[in-house]
Ligand binder design. Structure first.
Ligand SMILES: *[C@@H]1O[C@H](CO)[C@@H](O)[C@H](O)[C@H]1NC(C)=O
Ligand SMILES: *[C@@H]1O[C@H](CO)[C@@H](O)[C@H](O)[C@H]1NC(C)=O
Length: 313
């Protein structure tokens, strides 16, 4: 296939160069996990969606710091493959697979929970439990998992909860009716954006409820990352993304802000914050800072997941 002739125009070249330089300059400011000395010997961490993309690099980094690293995945084969790969790369034998659908996550302690699993491009569909599947996967699933693990996290304090959100939360709407499909988002893109807003709102409310427990909760954006999350898109959209790939972060680079929230000394004791893709504390959108909205969403989520009252602090 021939490239469109416009690509050979010097203007395009300059524009591409400028963009490249800009991204490079931004990246250089970012925090460097290799310079962070945090050691996690004797600690236990859980990373959801850890068999590919960002999650795998986060698990790899934490395993390298000697954490007992639990990869919570949905697919046994792919999960096991990631476990073998991380064990081989780090020499850490305490890298384990737990299938998310079972409740076998329990451990004697839990120091870091990374809610990374997320999907986009899923068609609108209602699960047998009466939940819309994108919202169930990206928001209510992690909501429930986190709540079920809260006592363990508190008993292990200081502990950290890290939520992978996205800068795309700013275009989202926290409409509780989305959760059950009573209200249908305009597109899967709108649905994804909304789940990411809910992630930030949840983090804020959770942090408020965890005040004084020694458990912190922060949300972050990995930036524009090229990962398997695009696998549900049509080939045309994927082809477009392929063209943009040189300007996007790799999964490994996209994992940095998550690792920052999980282990950096700078974030020790910091809670309820939103960390941008370059590891800076940032203000999320106005909707994401709406405490009333966060409380309403929490209560609706509790009702839908059958949790009878969360932690009160
Ligand atoms: C992350 O978000 C999920 C739902 O979006 C929530 O269940 C989980 O507790 C959140 N964790 C934090 C730190 O907000
Ligand atoms: C989702 O968020 C992105 C980034 O903010 C935005 O460009 C896109 O238009 C949003 N999609 C919808 C349907 O709101």
């Amino acid at each position: 296939m021939e490239l469109p002739s416009a690509c050979s125009h010097p203007g395009w070249f300059l524009l591409a160069l400028l963009l490249g330089l800009l991204l490079w300059a931004r990246r250089r400011r970012s925090w460097d996990p290799r310079k962070c000395p945090t050691d996690l010997s004797g600690k236990t961490v859980i990373v959801t969606g850890a068999n590919s993309g960002i999650g795998k690099y986060v698990a790899l980094d934490l395993a390298r710091r000697n954490a007992r690293t639990i990869l919570a995945c949905r697919n046994r084969e792919r999960g096991q493959a990631a476990v073998e790969e991380i064990r081989a790369a780090t020499g850490n034998p305490a890298v384990l697979l737990r299938l998310l659908d079972t409740s076998s996550l329990a451990s004697t302690r839990l120091d870091v929970l990374v809610n990374n699993a997320g999907l986009t491009g899923l068609p609108f569909a209602i699960t047998p439990e009466g939940l819309e599947q994108t919202f169930a996967t990206n928001y209510l699933g992690p909501f429930l998992l986190t709540n079920l693990l809260l006592d363990l996290l508190k008993a292990s304090a200081p502990a950290r909860i890290v939520n992978v959100s996205s800068f795309r939360h700013s275009a989202g709407t926290a409409d509780g009716r989305y959760l059950t499909g009573q209200q249908r988002p305009r597109s899967f893109d709108a649905a994804y954006n909304s789940t990411k807003l809910m992630n930030v709102l949840f983090t804020a409310e959770l942090a408020r409820r965890l005040q004084g427990t020694g458990v912190t909760a922060n949300a972050l954006s990995p930036g524009v990352v090229s990962t398997g999350i695009m696998r549900h898109f049509s080939w045309a959209v994927r082809a477009l993304f392929a063209l943009a790939r040189p300007f996007m972060k790799s999964a490994e680079q996209g994992a940095i802000s998550t690792i920052y929230c999980a282990v950096s000394e700078e974030l020790s004791g910091v809670t309820g914050r939103y960390v941008d893709s370059e590891c800076g504390l940032a203000l999320p959108s106005a909707a994401a800072r709406d405490a009333g909205l966060a409380r309403k969403l929490w209560e609706e989520s509790e009702r839908l997941t059958g949790l009878t009252g969360g932690p009160r602090h």
